[in-house]
Each structure stands twice: as structure tokens, then as C-alpha cells.
Design a protein around this ligand. Structure first.
Ligand SMILES: *Cc1c(COP(=O)(O)O)cnc(C)c1O
Length: 352
């Protein structure tokens, strides 16, 4: 058909499946196994339904102020969006508008190349080292911007702050975005670097460490000018992206710092224990500082394990892609969930 010539064609990002089986163990999309903060549940019951008649605050002041208080920055330095996917997509549109290719790792969040294709941004990937670490020298070539997650996904590997700073400092003429979706599970945030670098932007999400993937909240922190440009693009796109319940409940989640620390600490403790157990079973993996483990076994192909686990209603993530087809990405759930996973693997391997 003739009209198809004018269609913007894209190959969409493929998210992990969202099955809903009773008794299943869902370790495939890095959600939090614990509920949101208790105040979130209480407030959810109290939200005035009549208030939904009106548009929500387009500036999302309640949520922006809560985040600014928590992270000790000015409200003008905070941008919020419908999940960090929304924040990242808007950032690609806003900051990656040059003719030089943007740079990101070859093994990384698989949404980056999708946005680059969608917005027709030239890009180049830089191969991670054999130990899955970023090679900082790769990011010292001419480029139109840089983005990488820290810790990286799906490897879980954390780069020390010195490496992040080395890359940001070497690229003062472009925007460098650090996607800190998993920083709260034991990483060191690049937030303190904001005082020194006006080309740095940090993106985080409520989906993993704040147990609110279903509410869709993400945010960026950067210098005021950067955030202003991001808002200009956002308000040219859709003014009312953050619905009222998300603003109210998101702000409450940020206020409960004690609960946040408790659940992220618990997940990190479970992760460390599971690392030991997986080692005993013969798995190897890069040392993860995220809420997942990227594991490979010398005897059992990852794809075979993926299907065997799935058959037992234990869902993990597998990609049949170059360099990572021998690995399973296993989200860290509760201790009970992880014990069932380990029990299944132990039995499976005993059978041969
Ligand atoms: C999960 C994830 C996101 C997006 O999360 P949202 O649910 O959209 O906030 C962004 N980047 C990375 C690396 C992720 O793993």
C-alpha cells in the first residue's frame, strides 16, 4: 500500500513476559518482591476519587519536591516521568540531537538502540571487556552523547565512581546520562558529581528499589539548565503525563526512607546468599551489585535451564543474543522464592 511509504517503522523493545499463574515464581523482570511502603497502601485507600475530575498538576510539584528533599537538590534539578523509560526516551529526544554517533555498551539495556532508531539518532556500541566492565578509553572518541546503566544491565556489574567521573570529565561537550535503575542495591550514585559537571544527568526509577513498577514513576536529576531543556521537550509532547495517584503515592514512597533502606538491604542480603548457593551448584557470574544475577553454567546450556525452569513455573530471563546466550538473568526475589529456585536447580542437576 502506498501510504506505508510514509509510516515511521520501528522494531519495538521486547519486555519480559508478565504471566499471571497462581504459585508461579516471577524472577524475570527485576521487580521488587516486597510491597510498596505501608504509607503508600494507606494513602491509596484515601485518595479522593472526586479529585480525578481535574487535570493533575502538570509540574508534579508534590513529587518533585519530595525527591528534591530526599536527594538534597533544588526542585529545579528534578524531572519526573512515567517510568524511567519515559524519562530516558525524552532525554534521547532532547539531548541526542547532533550528527555524531551517541555511544553505549554493546551489552546493555536493550531499549537504547530502539530509541536511537526511533528518533534516528546515529549510535555506536562499545564492546564491554571480557570481565563485563566498561573500557573508559572507548568513550574518549568523538561522539554526540553517552549513556550507560550503572550497575549495568543485564550483567549487574558496577563501575566505580572514578570510572564514571573519568567518562563524564572526558566528554564535557556532550550530555552523559547515567541510568541508575539498580543503584540502590549496593552501588555508589554519581549524584555528588553533579556539583562539578553540568553535562551529567542521572536517571533513576521507582520500579525496582521502591517496589512500584505498576505505578510507572521515574526521574532525572541534573543541573537546572539541563532539566529546563528536558521540560521544554516534555511540554511540547504531553503536559499531563503523571497522573494524580502516581504523584501522591510516589511522594509518600520517597518520604519513607526507613522502609526503602530495609527492603533494599534485605534484597542485597538475599543476593549475597544466593551467590554462594549458585557457586556451589557450579554457576559462574560477574559480581552483581543489582537485584539480579547474570549466571552461566559450564554443563547446562542457559536456554535448556530457562525452559526447564519455565516448565516448573519459575520465570527467569534469557536472550538468544551474541555474547550473552550462555546466561540467565535471575531476579533476586524473597528468600523463600530463591530457595525454591535453588531447590529446583539442585534436583534438576542431580537427575543429570
Ligand atoms: C528497568 C529499567 C529501566 C526502566 O524502568 P521503568 O520501569 O521504566 O522505570 C531503565 N533502565 C534500566 C537499565 C532498567 O533495567
Amino acid at each position: 500500500m502506498k501510504w506505508e511509504e510514509n509510516v515511521r517503522r520501528t522494531v519495538p523493545y521486547v519486555a519480559g513476559e508478565q504471566p499471571n499463574k497462581p504459585g508461579m515464581i516471577k524472577l524475570n523482570t527485576n521487580e521488587c518482591p516486597y510491597p510498596p511502603a505501608p504509607g503508600v497502601e494507606r494513602l491509596m485507600r484515601e485518595i479522593d476519587c472526586g479529585a480525578l475530575r481535574l487535570y493533575p498538576d502538570p509540574d508534579t510539584a508534590l513529587l518533585v519536591n519530595a525527591l528534591a528533599d530526599y536527594y538534597r537538590v533544588k526542585p529545579e534539578q528534578v524531572f519526573v516521568g512515567v517510568g524511567s523509560d519515559d524519562v530516558l526516551s525524552m532525554s534521547f529526544l532532547t539531548f541526542f540531537n547532533g550528527s555524531s554517533p551517541i555511544l553505549f555498551p554493546d551489552i546493555t539495556y536493550s531499549f537504547y538502540d530502539v530509541w536511537a532508531e526511533l528518533y534516528r539518532i546515529p549510535y555506536k556500541t562499545c564492546a564491554l571487556a571480557e570481565d563485563w566492565h566498561i573500557r573508559p578509553q572507548d568513550y574518549k572518541q568523538p561522539n554526540g552523547g553517552i549513556i550507560f546503566p550503572n550497575p549495568n544491565a543485564p550483567t549487574g556489574v558496577l563501575e566505580p565512581l572514578e570510572v564514571v567521573e573519568e567518562i563524564v570529565a572526558a566528554n564535557r561537550d556532550v550530555v552523559v546520562i547515567i541510568d541508575e535503575a539498580y543503584i540502590d542495591f549496593g552501588g555508589v550514585s554519581a549524584l555528588p558529581l553533579l556539583e562539578k559537571y553540568d553535562n551529567l544527568m542521572i536517571v533513576q526509577t521507582f520500579s525496582k528499589s521502591r517496589a512500584m513498577a505498576g505505578m510507572r514513576i521515574g526521574f532525572a536529576i541534573g543541573n537546572e539548565k539541563l532539566i529546563r531543556y528536558l521540560n521544554d521537550a516534555k511540554f511540547s509532547f504531553n503536559s499531563y503525563t503523571m497522573n494524580l495517584p502516581a504523584q501522591i503515592l510516589g511522594a509518600e514512597a520517597v518520604r519513607d526512607a526507613a522502609y526503602f533502606k530495609e527492603i533494599t538491604g534485605r534484597i542485597a542480603a538475599t543476593r549475597e546468599r544466593v551467590k554462594g548457593e549458585l557457586h556451589k551448584l557450579g554457576f559462574s557470574f560477574p559480581d552483581s551489585k543489582a537485584n539480579f544475577i547474570f549466571a552461566s553454567h559450564p554443563k547446562y546450556p542457559a536456554e535448556q535451564l530457562f525452559w526447564a525452569l519455565r516448565e516448573a513455573d519459575i520465570y527467569v530471563r534469557y536472550w538468544n543474543k551474541p555474547r550473552i546466550s550462555d546466561f540467565l538473568r535471575i531476579t533476586v526475589g524473597t528468600d523463600e522464592q530463591m530457595d525454591r529456585l535453588l531447590g529446583f536447580l539442585t534436583e534438576y542437576m542431580q537427575e543429570g
